[in-house]
Each structure stands twice: as structure tokens, then as C-alpha cells.
Write a protein that binds this ligand. Structure first.
Ligand code: ZN
Length: 183
């Protein structure tokens, strides 16, 4: 087994990711130019799967009309793309009204996660902890006390009897691990 440094591995992963996203990224960059401004606002290229481009449209009529035009669009697109597409499929299925990707990602808060347990600081205030820990043993004691307190107040998963965050029970009826197993 050969050892690689983490930066080396990360760099390789980034390069691989770049190669994987390249065709769709390139397509997104030139989409408006190819289809025109009006169509561009009503459509969004979603993915390329086995040389078929999937495009979300804002409505069924757009999907229908563009399907008739797909040969013309294919010709234009294949002049730009490194690997030619064989077809384009239009569908309203994956259409979402325009929203800024970054802002929706930021809005996802740990509060919304079913495994959220409340602020750790609040829990720690009720504990008899030694801060800052003076040695590794005390640090470990602090940590295990925190975990114990955090989990002792939790309801048990009806399936595996593990302490489970309430949000998980509300969502799945069991803990996240049992839920994942049943998927
Ligand atoms: Zn469980």
C-alpha cells in the first residue's frame, strides 16, 4: 500500500470532481447562448447521463415544444461539447423556481436536523465539569459525563433500545441507525 499525503489525495479528488462535472458545467456556461435568453429562463440543464442531456423545464408546454426542437439544439450543443450528446430529454419533474444555491445551503441549520439535541453549552451548564480540564483523564471524564447526561434524558428507540433524539423518533419512529437499515 502506498501512502499519500492528505493534500495530495484532496488535490486528486478535486481534479476528478472537476473532470466529472466538466461537461455539464461547460453546458451550463453556454446554455443561454445556444437556446436564447427566453428559453434559458424557462429551462435548466440538470445532468448528462449516458450521453443524454436531461433538462428541466418550467412547464409541460415548454417540454413539448423543445422536444420538437431537440435535433437543432443537439447540433448546436455538440459543436461545443467535448463528447457529443445523443439526445436531450425535457421534463418538468426536476424544475425548481430560480433560487440562489448558496443561500439555500446556508439556510439549512442543525436545528432542522432530526438528530439535533439542543445546545451543548446549555447541557454543560447543568454538569459538574472541570473546565478547563487539567489533564487527559479530566478531559475524558468531562466528555463521558457530557455524553452520559446528554443521552440519559433521551427516549429509547423502540427497535434497538438506544437513547434516541426526539426528532428522530418523530420522523422515523425509530433511531436514525434503525431507520437507515430499513431504507
Ligand atoms: Zn434503533
Amino acid at each position: 500500500m502506498s501512502f499519500q499525503s492528505i493534500p495530495e489525495i484532496l488535490e486528486r479528488l478535486q481534479i476528478e470532481a472537476l473532470y466529472q462535472q466538466q461537461p455539464i458545467q461547460r453546458l451550463l456556461d453556454c446554455w443561454q447562448e445556444v437556446v436564447g435568453k427566453v428559453i434559458a429562463t424557462q429551462t435548466r440543464p440538470i445532468s448528462i447521463e449516458r450521453d443524454v442531456l436531461w433538462v428541466a423545464t418550467s412547464g409541460a408546454a415548454w417540454a413539448q415544444n423543445l422536444t420538437f426542437e431537440r435535433q437543432r439544439l443537439l447540433k448546436k450543443l455538440n459543436k461545443i461539447l467535448p463528447t457529443p450528446l445523443v439526445d436531450i430529454r425535457f421534463s418538468t419533474a426536476r424544475w425548481q423556481p430560480t433560487k440562489k444555491k448558496s443561500s439555500t445551503q446556508l439556510k439549512i441549520s442543525s436545528l432542522d436536523h432530526p438528530s439535533y439535541l439542543g445546545k451543548v453549552n446549555n447541557l454543560n451548564q447543568n454538569l459538574n465539569l472541570h473546565y478547563p480540564p487539567k489533564n487527559p483523564d479530566l478531559a475524558f471524564a468531562n466528555w463521558s459525563e457530557t455524553i452520559k447526561t446528554r443521552y440519559s434524558s433521551l427516549p429509547l428507540c423502540p427497535n434497538c433500545q438506544s437513547p434516541t433524539p426526539k426528532g428522530e423518533l418523530e420522523r422515523w419512529g425509530v433511531c436514525s441507525i434503525c431507520a437507515a437499515r430499513s431504507f
